[in-house]
Design a protein around this ligand. Structure first.
Ligand code: ZN
Length: 79
């Protein structure tokens, strides 16, 4: 088989390319890692809204923080 990164010949029993260090995902010991990595990318690809949702939560937290500061300052000045 050939290395996916540098194209040099490598054995299927090697966990990674001896020339460039690219991971051999066909190796049984690397399969689990490959699956987990692929799963994560697929989840993000399938649900780009997940990332946007996180940004919305961040904005909400900033908004709540600012509101809290305004309320705190108002109470301090009035009281
Ligand atoms: Zn290589």
């Amino acid at each position: 088989m050939k290395c996916v990164r540098c194209g040099s010949e490598m054995k299927e029993v090697d966990r990674c390319c001896l020339k460039c260090g690219a991971i051999n995902y066909k190796h049984p010991l690397n399969e689990k890692f490959a699956k987990e990595y692929a799963l994560q990318s697929e989840i993000i690809k399938a649900n780009p809204k997940l990332l946007k949702g996180n940004v919305k939560i961040l904005y909400l937290l900033i908004f709540l923080l600012l509101t809290g500061i305004i309320i705190f300052l108002t109470i301090k000045f009035i009281g």
